[in-house]
Design a protein around this ligand. Structure first.
Ligand SMILES: *Cc1c(COP(=O)(O)O)cnc(C)c1O
Length: 321
């Protein structure tokens, strides 16, 4: 097993990302504060990041660390979501080839966006083919380097720069809520919190229908589940990783869940009150903060909004219902 990333790795990632990733804004909302029982919320808006989600941070950091030989052959990723676009964009910026494996029934807009960044997209039948085996075989045949979506030290360190920027901008916090899928974002952000705001409690929030992270965290055993049915498509992961699980066990205070109905409420809130589009998975952190039952009165609370990639028809269908 490779070594766990450290806060120094997050700082090194921040230096690599300077001038490449956007320094996303931190927004406030008096209405949100009231909804949170007198909390003082600080929203770190990665929905405004390049390609629309924090995943650009980890993807770029991982590719920037390739050796010259790895750069020549390029990066390979499998993803139907934001990681695909992150690796495609990072590869283009770093001048290397990228191949992305996507399910043939992925939304046309996502296939087009990934191709638009210049990546070669290879589709597969997700009901018939094992994508991990396929990805490994392709990587080997082509000499490309496989970049996993969360269980990779450089990816985790890159994701942690989102929280690093938040603490740099607003100082110490009492609580930090982070959207949780496979745990790359939460693991990296927890490293930043431990170093920059040691008393800050850090929480992951995952979909209620897929609470493998919560069960793993609380039991100490890595729990695997079936693909959960939830509108939070960026958090339909089946288990935490070999790196993210120990990182989260050591550095995170608890894991909460949010229902799809609570995600829709948060999505409507962001659109109507804060005038911004947040994808269902990006709503986990606020939904969790409002549903967790903690007393947040007068507390300084960070809410990491992870992404904003939801097509308008889907948004209208969810928010209008
Ligand atoms: C990938 C993703 C997540 C989950 O991130 P992990 O590092 O897998 O925990 C959350 N929100 C959005 C928008 C994502 O794309």
């Amino acid at each position: 097993m490779s070594a766990l990333p450290t806060f120094e790795d997050v700082q090194a990632a921040a230096a690599r990302l300077a001038g490449q990733a956007h320094r996303t804004p931190v927004l406030r909302s008096g209405t949100a504060d009231a909804l949170g029982g007198g909390a003082r919320f600080f929203f770190k808006c990665e929905n405004f990041q390049r390609m629309g989600a924090f995943k650009f941070r980890g993807g770029y950091n991982a590719l920037a660390r390739f050796t010259p030989q790895q750069r020549q052959r390029g990066a390979l990723a499998f993803s139907s979501g934001n990681h695909a676009q992150a690796v495609a964009l990072a590869a283009r910026l770093l001048g290397m080839p990228a191949t992305i494996l996507m399910p043939q029934d992925a939304p046309a807009a996502k296939l087009a966006a990934t191709r638009g960044y210049g990546a070669e997209v290879i589709t597969f039948d997700r009901f018939k083919e094992d994508r991990e085996a396929l990805a490994r075989r392709l990587a080997e045949e082509r000499g490309m380097t496989l970049v996993p979506p969360y269980d990779h030290a450089d990816v985790i360190a890159g994701q942690g720069t989102a929280a690093l920027e938040l603490f740099q901008e607003v100082g110490e916090l009492d609580h930090l809520f982070v959207c949780l899928g496979g745990g790359g974002l939460l693991g990296g952000c927890a490293l930043a919190a431990r170093a920059m705001s040691p008393r800050c409690k850090v929480y992951g929030v995952e979909p209620e229908a897929g609470n493998d992270g919560q069960r793993s965290f609380r039991s100490g055993e890595l729990v695997h589940i079936e693909v959960p049915r939830t509108i939070a498509d960026g958090a339909q992961t089946q288990h935490l990783g070999q790196l993210t699980f120990p990182l989260i066990r050591h550095n995170v205070d608890d894991i909460f869940t949010a229902s799809d109905a609570q995600l829709v409420d948060a999505m409507r809130f962001y659109a109507s009150r804060m005038k911004m589009l947040v994808e269902p998975t990006g709503c986990l952190s606020l939904a969790g903060a409002l549903a967790c039952g903690l007393d947040l009165q007068d507390a300084r609370v960070g809410v990491l909004i992870s992404g904003g990639n939801v097509d308008l028809a889907r948004f209208a269908q969810l928010a209008g219902s």
